[in-house]
Design a protein around this ligand. Structure first.
Ligand SMILES: [Zn+2]
Length: 305
């Protein structure tokens, strides 16, 4: 049926007026999924033990210490905190971890976590790019260390490189990581030569202006690696900012391209017998975000052929 995890605190992480990573994104995604037949669940607060698999305690201390009493406080030019921001980020982590528990417990074979702030740029000790905690990597590490899986995969189709996920999993030989992203673009990492400490990472940079054909080629190759990897769980960093309408990047994906990429990931995961946990990352045109996220969840939900 597909699980949907969310929590209202996601809309209480505030950014300065005009910031693209705005609370309205959360509403846009939930509205787009409103009439779908999904098993809706409330995300729980993330456990510190889950965060500490990827970030040191001083990272959490630094975030907690930087929370403003009101308004917003800047961590860098892009990344801001409001009073409820850490609470929101921890519920994104908690939602993702609850989702991992649910799918590995056999409750469903796919799930979407509709939370913000996003997570894939957050490095071990560096919040950046709108991100505070590495949600996707934390979810993957819970599957390995709490559930005892031998191998997991994290795949990232956000238009920006998942430098944080790459940083957090660089030395983790049990975690395959693959990303497509526009290059050149923020944050500047993700060259094809970046392969992880165990040759377990696959970065596929895409040229500005490239569209659905290049996306399908890249994700067909990633899906082949995914099948070889035989993961017990696939975590998706689902960013929808490669859409042609997105204001932050110059790729030319349309709504159907997100469905096609999702289907390639889904079919590879099914061949491996792996459930899919998808977490929301970017996507800054509210209409395109809603439509693309809906197609993504619909595609995950389609019954096996
Ligand atoms: Zn992005």
């Amino acid at each position: 049926m597909t699980l949907l995890y969310s929590h209202p605190v996601a809309a209480r992480h505030e950014t300065p007026s005009g910031h693209p990573e705005q609370a309205a994104r959360h509403r846009a995604v939930l509205d787009a999924l409103a009439d779908m037949d999904l098993d809706r669940r409330v995300a729980r607060m993330g456990a510190e033990a889950d965060v500490l698999r990827c970030h040191p305690a001083r990272h959490l201390d630094r975030l907690r210490g930087a929370l403003p009493d009101r308004g917003t406080a800047a961590l860098d030019a892009d990344t801001h905190l409001s009073p409820d921001s850490l609470d929101a980020a921890l519920h994104a982590v908690g939602g993702a971890c609850a989702t991992v528990d649910a799918v590995l417990g056999g409750q469903d074979d796919s799930a979407f976590v509709a939370m913000r702030p996003p997570g894939h740029h957050a490095e071990r000790e560096t919040p950046m790019g709108f991100c505070l905690l590495g949600t996707a990597a934390i979810a993957a590490m819970r599957a390995l260390d709490h559930h005892g899986l031998d191998r997991v995969a994290v795949v990232d189709f956000d238009v920006h490189h998942g430098n944080g996920t790459q940083d957090l999993l660089w030395d983790e030989g049990r975690a395959f990581f693959a990303s497509t992203h526009q290059m050149p673009l923020y944050p500047g990492t993700g060259a094809a030569g970046e392969r992880g400490a165990h040759d377990q990472m696959m970065n596929v940079p895409l040229r500005p202006g490239s569209g659905g054909a290049e996306a399908r080629t890249a994700w067909t190759a990633i899906a082949a690696r995914l099948r070889e990897w035989r993961p017990g769980l696939v975590v998706v960093s689902a960013g929808f900012d490669a859409h042609r309408d997105d204001p932050l990047a110059e790729l030319d994906w349309d709504d159907a391209d997100f469905a096609a990429v999702t289907a390639l990931i889904r079919d590879a995961a099914r061949d491996a017998g792996a459930p899919v946990v998808s977490v929301l990352e970017g996507g800054y045109d509210l209409a395109a975000l809603g439509r693309s996220a809906r197609l993504h969840v619909q595609t995950l939900k389609e019954p096996a052929r």
